[in-house]
Design a protein around this ligand. Structure first.
Ligand code: MGD
Ligand code: MGD
Ligand code: SF4
Ligand code: MO
Length: 751
């Protein structure tokens, strides 16, 4: 059969970033030969970026593992799935039995938010194992936002997103959506939405130490000193109070603590913060006045405002400004999305509130946040003994590469080698998985179903889409959902049981609970009868059907016959639009008061640290990161189409700083931080401000024992080796990855 007669198309939402673009894939045989934007997609309407266009290359990468690997006599060798899961059960259970569940660590990485398996099974694994040793990519990313939402709204998952399509004014801090395509704000064609904002007469302000592509689009660019966004935002709140610009509008009955907040920010006048931020007091006043004057406005902060010493305070202040200007929960402001698989909304009223520090890490006593310990503390939790409790002796990693993504990969490398047992669910033998005793490779995206459980709850428009696998599973593969279900069984002493039992158990529990909830559409019904009505080809599909039907747009198992179900979704392959974001307060609030608690106690407790920062002026250079449009954290450097050109691991430095240090383009420079030293080529550019240098993350592919042949050709260096893991935002445990002090010297010279 020729390639053309064998050619067909299939629809698939792109899993490579948070924008969730719908793609039309051309499939020849079992290969994706082309990916285009799906013009009929209800959400992305045809948008695609270079990464999405290369999905075929990423999907068909010959370095992707095809079979499980099991370590025998020190070496990873191909094995059958039965051998692999036997080894997992034999490796994990003795550790649990001898040392208790906390001796088994779980590390969940970023791609879990892009897979069906990553949404459905890790919660079951955690609950089944009962370990408190949970680490995720959130603590090198957005944990400060979860904590601020937890404190303000009583729900760490209640994250308001800027209403990009309708706002009149967007104040964007520490985000570069023209390269990243957006984060905690799922918006296909973010760049187009910013251009549309300007075309309709709106304004865009960007706060970033670099003149990024996003900043170039802005009406105003503020090149702030790294790490000082919380001071700038506090000063803006100060101005709103001072100038009488606070106007809560419809929010007023739902907010507690406005006067106390006015007192708390009194000290942070624009004049007081200007020196630390390196931003004129007059500019800060203008930022506040413009925000208040705009008919509608949204403040939005991302990586550059989270991965800093005051990440939680900055994340909190982003929402505080939206609240003080009455822009929270109103069209054109920042709203709470309502995804199709959200739990059935309970009636508004007081909730349980948000606990922080319910337990602490064993070695350094870091408080848990959202049930997680800091990823930056993973190495010490493995390699350091304490009088009480056991070090982590076995580790499960799912879609995670902390050796590159977290501070001090060299220490973590050694710590991972010392474990009794490690299993990694990963398609590649990368820098982290190479330490595993068992590697369980999931199939490529073309062979997996797709639904955005996590990202729909952060989307700028409510919508829902589901794709079945575009290509049948290759012989010898099992779906990632089944890999994780079998991992759950192996880890919890049920090795060998039918993996479908995991889904049946979740369905029975969920339905059993729902029928008892007075607000549920299935209140009082028979859970067995409901379970019998579920459709779907397998357990994961039945669970999706259940969630859709119980959700806010669901058919309620017949209670609302026009509502959503899996069958209805399958009949709409380009997705179903559920409308623009709508005001939802007070329903999402779960604080003990049932109100927005504007000045929560842990925030009050952290403000003295911010006062100290008023006086800080780093004398030397500080380092920040950057993302490239064709990158994706640590794992797309193996795709030739996505590397090269400007996507390189170089140190950006301002011409004045370069001149001062005698550095020229292409020079090798030694970069030294608290945790170590790396050498990278210099790129002199005035895109970074003076006093700041920038090196991207996710590089450093020169470790032995990996199987990523293209990445190894131009490995780059691991920026996180400059960190020692001790610098954290204290409330969230988030690692400080931006604004870290470094010293530079030409390679060969002494530092
Ligand atoms: N210095 C610095 N460090 C950073 C950042 C920064 O800005 N600066 N950013 C941070 C951020 S925001 C994040 S989210 C983290 C990311 O940190 P991680 O999640 O640890 O890293 P990723 O590079 O996303 O790699 C995840 C792993 O998932 C695997 N993978 C890919 N697809 C799948 C799949 O379908 N299933 C499974 N099971 N595995 C898959 C990849 O092979 C890779 O090994 O890095 C953080 N680190
Ligand atoms: N192409 C590409 N897209 C991606 C990813 C990728 O690796 N590559 N990763 C994905 C992931 S996991 C995430 S979390 C998102 C992140 O999405 P974004 O948050 O948009 O990520 P960045 O592009 O790193 O933008 C962060 C910006 O913060 C600036 N910055 C650094 N320090 C400070 C500071 O102290 N204050 C201020 N105001 N700004 C500062 C940096 O210069 C940078 O421009 O991107 C996602 N999309
Ligand atoms: S913007 Fe993100 S989701 Fe859209 S095609 Fe590019 S990588 Fe995929
Ligand atoms: Mo991230």
């Amino acid at each position: 059969m020729s390639a053309t007669t064998d050619s067909r198309t299939a629809l698939r939402v792109c899993p490579l970033c948070e924008a969730t673009c719908g793609l039309t894939l051309t499939i020849e045989g079992t290969r994706i030969t082309k990916a285009r934007g799906d013009r009929d997609d209800v959400f992305s309407k045809g948008f695609i970026c270079p990464k999405g266009a290369s999905l075929g290359a990423a999907d068909g990468d010959p370095d992707r593992l095809r079979t499980p690997l099991v370590r025998k006599d020190g070496e990873l060798r191909e094995a059958t799935w039965a051998e692999a899961f036997d080894a997992v059960a034999a490796g994990l259970r003795p550790v649990v039995e001898a040392h208790g569940p906390n001796a088994v660590g779980i590390v969940l990485g970023n791609p879990n938010v892009h897979t069906v398996a990553g949404a459905l099974y890790p919660p079951v694994l955690l609950a089944g194992l009962g370990t408190r040793s949970l680490f995720t990519a959130s603590t090198v990313d957005q944990m400060p936002k979860h904590v601020s939402s937890g404190l303000l709204y009583g729900d760490a998952q209640a994250i308001p997103v800027p209403d990009l399509d309708r706002t009149d004014h967007l104040l964007l801090l520490g985000a570069n959506p023209l390269e990243s395509n957006g984060s905690l704000c799922t918006a296909p064609d973010f760049p187009g939405k910013l251009k549309a904002l300007k075309a309709r007469g709106g304004t865009l302000t960007v706060v970033d130490p670099r003149l990024t592509r996003t900043a170039k689009l802005a009406d105003r660019h503020v090149a702030i000193r790294p790490g000082t966004d919380a001071l700038l935002l506090a000063a803006m709140a100060h101005v709103l109070f001072e100038d009488g610009l606070v106007d809560l509008g419809d929010l007023a009955p739902h907010v507690l603590g406005v006067e106390e907040l006015a007192d708390a920010v009194r000290e942070f006048s624009p004049e007081a913060v200007a020196g630390a931020c390196d931003v004129d007091a007059s500019t800060i006043r203008a930022l506040a006045q413009e925000l208040a004057a705009a008919p509608t406005a949204a403040v939005y902060g991302r990586i550059g405002s989270c991965t800093v010493p005051h990440g939680t305070l900055a994340s909190w202040l982003v929402d505080v400004l939206n609240i003080l200007t009455g822009n929270l929960d109103r069209p054109g402001g920042a709203l709470f999305p309502h995804s199709a698989t959200d739990k059935t909304p309970r009636p508004a009223g007081p909730g349980r509130g948000f606990g922080l520090g319910r337990w602490h890490s064993r070695v350094s006593g870091h408080p848990e946040a959202k049930g997680e310990l800091p990823l930056a503390a993973l190495a010490e939790e493995i390699d350091t003994a304490t009088p009480e409790g056991s070090p982590i002796r076995a580790l499960i990693t799912v879609a995670a590469n902390p050796v590159l993504s977290a501070p001090d990969g060299d220490r973590l490398d050694k710590a991972l080698d010392s474990l009794d047992f490690m299993v990694s669910v990963d398609p590649y033998l990368g820098e982290t998985a190479r330490h595993a005793d068992v590697v369980l490779p999931p199939p490529p995206p073309s062979q997996a179903p797709h639904h955005d459980f996590a990202l729909n709850a952060l989307a700028v428009r409510n919508q829902v889409r589901y794709n079945r696998a575009a290509v049948p599973l290759e012989a010898g593969r099992i779906p990632e959902t089944e890999i994780l279900a079998r991992l759950v069984l192996a880890a919890t002493g049920m090795h060998g049981a039918d993996p479908a039992a995991v889904d049946t158990m979740v369905i029975d529990q969920t339905l059993g609970k729902s029928v008892k909830e007075p607000h549920s559409p299935v209140h009082g019904r028979d859970p067995r009868e409901l379970a019998d009505r579920l459709t779907g080809a397998d357990g994961p599909e039945r669970r999706l059907d259940m969630m859709l039907r119980l959700g806010p747009y669901g058919d309620g198992f017949g209670a609302r016959p026009d509502g959503l179900s899996l069958a209805k979704l399958l009949a709409h392959p380009h997705g179903i639009d559920l409308g623009p974001l709508r005001p939802r307060l007070p329903q999402p609030l779960k604080t003990a008061s049932g109100k927005i608690e504007l000045l929560p106690a842990p925030i009050v407790g952290d403000l003295p640290r911010l006062r100290t920062a008023l006086r800080e002026r780093p004398a030397g250079l500080v380092l920040i990161g950057r993302r490239h449009l064709r990158s994706n954290n640590s794992w797309l450097h193996n795709i030739p189409a996505l590397t090269g050109g400007t996507n390189r691991c170089t140190l950006h430095i301002h011409p004045h700083d370069a001149g001062r240090l005698g550095l020229a383009d292409g020079d090798a420079v030694r970069i030294k931080g608290a945790g170590g030293e790396v050498t990278a080529p210099v790129e002199v550019t005035d895109v970074v401000r003076q006093g700041v240098v920038s090196l991207p993350h996710g590089w450093g592919h020169d470790r032995p024992g990996t199987r990523m042949s293209h990445a190894a050709v131009d490995p780059g260096v691991n920026v996180n080796q400059l960190l020692d893991g001790s610098l954290l935002d204290p409330l969230s445990g988030n690692a400080v990855l931006n604004g870290i002090p470094v010293t530079l010297a030409r390679a060969g010279a002494t530092l």
